[in-house]
Design a binder for this molecule. Structure first.
Ligand code: ADP
Ligand code: MG
Length: 243
């Protein structure tokens, strides 16, 4: 589903991502962990086509994601195979929950309103928020907003879901409800790449965990192995602080 080949991304003299290579198969759940500033978000943004790496190639579902491609339509088609959920929910504040969910399917996919609303209601039910269809985001808790943001991404029928610290901005009592939605998605076979500090989630759900530091992928393993037998001294140090 995702293939990174020697991807590097710099900001001025700083190599935020340094020679990252990765193959993600359909249905895999990849957790990216590492200290702040290690390049996790930049790597995720390279996968999403939101950053333009100066070296290497990103392939999504067998096609090259090339931001310089002359075929912008093809590029857009590739981009919408991926849903991106951020730390801050980025819901449109002046729109109801239902309008937030149906906007892109109507405008980008050209769905008719009735079909978009039907699909949106199915997904709201899936995240347990069908009763909030007419609410404005300001009336929702942080956990509810993030569940709406996930449902909104799912309305575009993505093949891959990318999450960048989806629970970091939440009050602790709301983390569980969002992780539960993500676990459901994982069980349903969604391909997922996520940056998280929730080591319990990584341990339980990830098929692979990747540790980054200074833009480099320093270690990669199943969660069971990576947490029980970390090899790299920087990973050992990191785990001693977060576990
Ligand atoms: P992480 O998500 O692991 O905390 P990031 O990918 O956000 O790390 O950042 C990696 C490095 O790149 C950091 O040193 C950060 O300051 C830098 N960086 C990220 N985005 C930009 C940007 N748009 N311009 C300049 N520097 C950036
Ligand atoms: Mg980040």
């Amino acid at each position: 589903m995702i293939s990174l080949k020697h991807v590097s991304k710099s900001f001025g003299p700083l190599k935020a991502v340094d020679d990252a290579s990765l193959e993600v198969k359909k249905g895999e759940i990849i957790c990216l962990i590492g200290p702040s500033g290690s390049g996790k978000s930049t790597l995720l943004r390279c996968i999403a086509g939101l950053e333009d790496p100066e070296e290497g190639e990103v392939w999504i579902d067998g096609e090259r994601l090339d931001l310089h491609s002359k075929d912008q339509k093809k590029l857009e088609k590739l981009r919408i195979k991926m849903g991106f959920v951020f730390q801050h929910f980025n819901l449109f504040p002046h729109m109801t929950v239902l309008e937030n969910l149906t906007l892109a399917p109507i405008q980008v996919l050209g769905m008719d309103k009735a079909a978009a609303e039907q699909r949106a209601m199915e997904l709201l039910a899936r995240v347990g928020l069908a009763d909030k269809r007419d609410a404005y985001p300001s009336k929702l808790s942080g956990g509810q907003k993030q569940r709406v943001a996930i449902a909104r991404s799912l309305c575009m029928d993505p093949e891959i879901m990318l999450f960048d610290e989806p629970t970091s901005a939440l009050d602790p009592e709301m983390v569980g409800e969002v992780l539960d939605v993500m676990k459901e998605l994982a069980k349903a076979g969604m391909t997922m790449v996520l940056v998280t500090h929730e080591m319990g989630f990584a341990r339980e759900v990830a098929t692979r965990v990747i540790f980054l530091a200074d833009g480099k992928m320093l270690e990669e393993n199943t969660p069971a192995e990576l947490f029980a037998n970390p090899q790299n001294p920087r990973l050992k140090d990191f785990l001693s602080k977060v576990l």
